[in-house]
Write a protein that binds this ligand. Sequence first.
Ligand SMILES: [Zn+2]
Length: 276
Amino acid sequence: MIACQNEDTALLENSELNTKTEDMKRQGQNSFEAYPQQKGILKKAFLNGEEISYEEINNELVYQGDIILNPDMLSTVKGNSTERTGIRGEQYRWKNKRVYYSINPDLPAKQRVIDAIAHVEANTDIRFIERTTQTNYIYFNKGQGCSSYIGKQGGKQNITLNITCSTGAAIHEIGHALGLFHEQSRLDRNGFLTIKWNNIEDGYQHNFKTWQTLGYNGFDLGDNLDFNSIMLYGPYSFSKNGRPTITKKDGSLYNSNYSQLSQGDITTIAFMYRNE
Ligand SMILES: [Zn+2]
């Protein structure tokens, strides 16, 4: 792993964030990572006209720890796209609120997927249908870490779940596949959170970004950051020293919800799919 300090510093100036930590994972809390214990090759590219940093690990482009980027979305030049439509785009939605899926027969503990799907269906209008011949579908795959793409990609797209990924982790990754970003990626998050940069594990600072940096626009529904969102990382995420990497503005910690969609998550999904 080549970690460029200059790049980290530049990102610090952006005052952006995201989080997680191996410690949290060991504690059984959600700190979802595509490739835990692995740091890939730090790279930069442009997405929707915005420069982003990501890691290349095992031929996958890993962003913010557990988000897999589609290489087709990236460019080596800035281009002129400042539209910031990103995740708002129709192409990222599952048509008619129907998500087709299949499960790797070798995936351990398939019940996690079944339970996660049941939870999402019980709380949203999204319906999951086992894929037969459909082109666009989620493939719940075994592998390292827990990871997902953001929104519908077109074609087969993996949600990867290793054995440590809980039902809650599966719900979180399904949230990504439906189009949700991390809650701490809200543009207004600095009004609610403080990032403790000095406590973040070296080489992970580049994960601390908002969706704006990715070039996406708008799901900051409401005027508050939802501390109960299943898409929010815990206060010790990516900690290198056992101290919090995220606190509330008053310095206090918060309880992370890693088990179910919050009311805010449910509202946001309904918003994204209101026209589908
Ligand atoms: Zn995530």
